[in-house]
Ligand binder design. Structure first.
Ligand code: SF4
Ligand code: SF4
Length: 334
């Protein structure tokens, strides 16, 4: 299949992400999944899925969107970044990882037969498979299935707006507040990630952000404060997940200290309304009502007790004081 985001030629010029690859004849772009053949951009991994499973929505992580629900989750091969601590490197850095090919129709049928009403494009980087993503998202919308995107957000503005127009909820990485770290360590681009985050917010996609806190890379107080400031510029009400790293791929530093992670989250919580820790026991996991302070959703691991929430006229409210609760998405709060 041919790329919809490439100028033909030898080399082919890819227009999808800020890597701006000039793909040589017979070669591949940096993501490893977009190639150049006979002067055209090709996407031979269209429909290639590494995993298709039901996950708790909290695993994406999305804490303020349909708490306690399940989401049919699919992964892909390849990535346009090369984070040396990647926790999914076996698929993100290896286009030869085993895949099963689906047509968009087959995949959406699979979602329905699993009894799910939402699908997450997740695990490695879905945006580099944009043609397949858009085809699936359009079908999902028609079938009443919500689209959830989990991404590094490094995409050019036009295709970015295209995918956001079909996205119901997103968790986007803010990997660092430093342009140099993005460029030199991750092989990415901070301004494009920030642009995508701002666009998602403006387009009213339900938005949460994640930062994997990696010792020796981005675990300094100044760095976390810088990220909190960048988020606050978009909105202080965007939920932010500070997740613990464990040694993987090329990064050998010891795992993130849970006490330090919690302290960083508490500090960030002075500027942002909802900051959570992830991948550790305990930490900060519950959501409190912004009006009365009572617990709206209590979490342990991926288990959620949303007994502090009620839905009235399709809107989440605090069960204690009746004030509006910062949650979105259709359905029950079970
Ligand atoms: S999507 Fe892939 S081929 Fe295209 S510019 Fe980005 S890394 Fe390069
Ligand atoms: S952006 Fe995500 S999937 Fe890609 S290399 Fe980095 S951590 Fe891995």
């Amino acid at each position: 299949m041919q790329s919809r985001y490439a100028l033909p030629g030898k080399p082919v010029q890819c227009l999808l992400c800020p890597q701006s690859c000039a793909i040589p004849e017979g070669g591949w772009g940096k993501c490893g999944v977009r190639g150049g053949r006979n002067g055209a951009g090709v996407i031979p991994y269209y429909g290639g899925i590494t995993a298709a499973v039901l996950d708790p929505i909290e695993k994406k992580p999305l804490y303020h969107y349909r708490p306690g629900s399940s989401v049919f989750s699919v992964g892909f091969v390849g990535c346009n970044l090369g984070c040396p601590f990647c926790q999914n490197w076996r698929i993100s850095q290896n286009r030869d990882a085993p895949v099963r090919y689906y047509s968009p129709e087959e995949l959406i049928r699979q979602v329905q037969s699993a009894g799910a009403d939402q699908i997450a494009y997740t695990y490695s980087e879905p945006l580099i498979h944009l043609e397949f993503l858009l085809d699936c998202m359009s079908l999902a919308r028609k079938a009443g299935i919500a689209n959830i995107l989990v991404s590094n957000g490094c995409i050019n503005p036009e295709p970015g707006a295209e995918v956001l127009s079909l996205t119901d909820a997103a968790n986007i990485d803010l990997k660092s507040g430093s342009e140099e770290t993005y460029r030199r360590v991750l092989g990415g681009d901070l301004p494009s990630a920030l642009r995508f985050i701002a666009a998602a917010w403006e387009m009213k996609v339900h938005l949460e952000l994640t930062t994997l806190v990696v010792p020796g890379l981005n675990d300094g107080s100044e760095e976390i404060s810088l990220c909190a400031g960048l988020i606050a510029q978009v909105s202080p009400d965007i939920p932010w997940h500070l997740s613990a790293y464990h040694p993987d791929y090329l990064w050998k530093a010891p795992p993130t200290d849970p006490v330090r992670l919690t302290a960083l989250a508490r500090e960030a919580g002075k500027r942002l309304s909802y900051v959570y820790t992830g991948n550790i026991a305990g930490g900060i996991a519950d959501t409190r009502c912004p009006d009365c302070g009572k617990i709206l959703a209590r979490r342990q691991g991926y288990r959620t007790d949303a007994g502090g929430l009620v839905i009235k006229a399709g809107v989440y409210r605090c069960a204690h004081c009746g004030g509006p609760a910062p949650f979105r998405g259709k359905g029950s709060c079970a």
